[in-house]
Design a protein around this ligand. Structure first.
Ligand SMILES: [Fe+2]
Length: 208
């Protein structure tokens, strides 16, 4: 199945092997930025990530409420393997009008991303796409009532404004590139915006 209410496959056959090989050759990149998995209450404790393009600062305000996105130094490090995959997808297939963050996320074997909704004005502004780099069919995302495996070399849109979670029941790392983008193919204006920013800020910094 390539389309449900919460998932849509947007590309297949992407040559992600050069990305996989580069990440394997540069394991220290996973340790440079740890804020996403370490904040109190994080749904992402079983993940590590690399930010080729990220927020202005890793504070709750900029992370959740600032729509700006900025190339980080690692974008240069990985550009020769990322650009050949991402440019045709973003400029051609999706005709992206505005590019948000680009992060590479590794979910460890046996790991989970606990159920959550991506909140804040940033998440309300951008549609979210995954490019699968590695992962067996035992690695899945669930969004609303639908569960989906993304095969390596496939790109998918999924609805991050419903409760979603992920699990990797395989015995190898699951690596996805997550891309936030504005595109007419997946308009966000139809999605209700978050309605209680004060509560949202408190939840990300771990207050009761
Ligand atoms: Fe999420």
């Amino acid at each position: 199945m390539t389309r449900t209410a919460r998932f849509e496959r947007v590309a297949v056959g992407l040559d992600v092997e050069p990305i996989r090989a580069r990440l394997e050759a540069m394991p220290h990149l996973w340790d440079e930025i740890t804020a996403r998995q370490e904040y109190t209450g994080s749904a992402h404790k079983d993940t590590q990530c690399i930010y080729p393009r990220g927020p202005y600062k890793f504070t709750p305000y900029y992370y959740m409420f600032d729509k700006g996105a900025y190339d980080y130094p690692v974008m240069d490090t990985l550009a020769d393997v990322l650009v050949p995959v991402l440019r045709p997808l973003l400029a051609g297939v999706l005709q992206v009008e505005e590019l948000g963050r680009v992060l590479i996320v590794k979910l460890k074997p046996g790991g989970v991303v606990t159920p959550h909704i991506d909140e804040g004005t940033y998440a309300d502004h951008y549609a979210r796409f995954h490019v699968a780099v590695t992962g067996t069919d035992k690695a899945t995302l669930t969004a609303g009532p639908n569960t989906q495996h993304f095969a390596p070399g496939e790109a998918w849109w999924f609805d991050h404004k419903v409760t979603h979670s992920a699990r990797n029941d395989g015995d190898t790392d699951r690596i996805h590139i997550i891309i936030d983008a504005v595109t007419a193919r997946f308009p966000m204006r139809k999605v209700p915006v978050s309605d209680n920013v004060a509560t949202t800020v408190a939840s990300i910094v771990g207050n009761p």
